[in-house]
Ligand binder design. Structure first.
Ligand code: C2E
Ligand code: MG
Ligand code: MG
Length: 355
């Protein structure tokens, strides 16, 4: 509207100051108009790109400091993002409290690695045909000095946003390799360890040398680790990701696409990226029996992956029925509470129950 001010605050952060707002309904309708404008695809170099907006709304009178208003709008915007994005959120005091907790968490997280507060827990990945352990996935846990165990769903997004994920991810890589070396030679040693990588790590120019160094320090074969990347991470810089993945694959490291089916699920990755495994997101497995679409999707993913020569891992398998269905679909590996929750290395079951 005439008289409104639009400013760019960061890479993809914008502030819109509107002086013609009478109440919440007015503000929501402005947010709706912004979303409406962004709803149509943009053409860039002949390709159609889609963007969405997460909007934080603050209604103020003339008395407030600009810094405070921006801080509150930003907290509301983060709330909108955390709730799935492409929506608006109106600032309130719960949001303010959550933002304070987030800032505290972010600052405690920066010191978590040096203070030794992080642990890797391990969850078996089971060969569906033989019932043996084919590998383990390393999952990070944070023991906060005051709050106790903070789940990854809470601290990984904060770490991603503040950049701490680089230090955390580097630590996880080294620790997983150290653990694999410790296990080597033991009868019940898992053949492979999978480590989750964030999109920020994939963009690091020295990721390949970080991986080489971690392997060398532990005197480990590259083939004993698998790196898991989400579809979204692979989308961010396709050419850069291709080059890095190719270099990692040349080293002999196994590669896996995590949470497959929740993002763009592009067939292009399967053809272009040198990946070895696809992990079916656990939401599909959870829907077995209740939603026939989920079964159809899982079955299609398995068929597709096999036709590209990839192995398939199903996440979140909790029941015998889910396992039976996956087996009938030809799924290769499975992981879930049916066998074990993620546990500290010394609590990993040495043999898995026959299923
Ligand atoms: P993910 O990589 O998809 O890991 C699988 C998640 O499913 C884990 O959650 C695991 O505990 C959970 N899970 C396994 N089996 C079952 C089951 O039968 N039922 C249910 N309901 N859940 C099951 P967790 O450990 O909370 O980790 C969540 C996410 O945090 C991971 O999802 C991964 O995206 C991220 N994450 C964890 N550790 C790391 C890490 O070291 N680096 C990075 N970048 N991300 C990590
Ligand atoms: Mg994973
Ligand atoms: Mg996953």
């Amino acid at each position: 509207m005439a008289g409104d001010t639009l400013g760019r605050l960061g890479a993809a952060d914008f502030a819109l100051v509107s002086e013609h707002i009478a109440d919440e309904t007015d503000a929501i309708s402005v947010a709706g108009r912004v979303e409406g404008v962004l709803a149509s695809p943009f053409k860039v170099e002949g390709k159609e790109l889609f963007v969405t907006a997460s909007t934080g709304i603050v209604l103020v009178d003339a008395q407030r400091q600009a810094e405070e208003v921006l801080r509150d709008a930003s907290a509301a915007m983060h709330q909108a993002k955390d709730s799935g994005g492409a929506r608006y959120e109106i600032f309130n005091w719960t949001i303010r409290e959550r933002a304070v907790t987030r800032v505290e968490l972010a600052s405690a997280l920066r010191r978590a690695v040096e203070r030794g507060e992080l642990r890797l827990y391990y969850q078996p990945e089971v060969d569906v045909t033989t019932g043996t352990c084919a590998g383990v996935e390393a999952l990070m846990r944070w023991w906060h000095p005051a709050r106790g165990l903070v789940p990854p769903a809470e601290f990984i997004p904060v770490a991603e946003e503040t950049g701490s994920i680089l230090a955390l991810g580097h630590w996880a890589l080294q620790e997983a390799c150290r653990q694999a070396a410790e296990w080597r030679g033991q009868a019940a040693a898992p053949p492979q360890i999978s480590v989750n990588l964030s999109a920020h790590q994939l963009a690091l120019p020295d990721l390949v040398s970080q991986v080489t160094e971690a392997l060398d320090q532990a005197h480990l074969d590259a083939g004993s680790i698998c790196l898991e990347l989400t579809e979204t991470a692979l989308m961010q810089d396709v050419d850069g990701a291709m080059a890095t993945l190719a270099a990692l694959h040349d080293l002999g490291v196994q590669l896996s696409i995590d949470d497959f089916g929740t993002g763009y699920s592009s067939l292009l990755y399967l053809r272009r990226y040198p990946v070895d495994y696809l992990k079916i997101d656990r939401t599909f497995v959870a829907g077995f029996g209740a939603d026939t679409h989920d079964e159809a999707i899982a079955s299609a993913i398995i068929g597709l992956a096999h036709s590209f020569g990839l192995k398939v891992v199903a996440e979140g398998v909790e029941t015998e029925q889910q396992l039976d269905l996956l087996r009938s679909m030809g799924c290769d590996l499975a992981q879930g509470y049916l066998w074990s929750r993620p546990v500290p290395s010394n609590e990993l079951p040495s043999t898995l129950p026959a299923r």
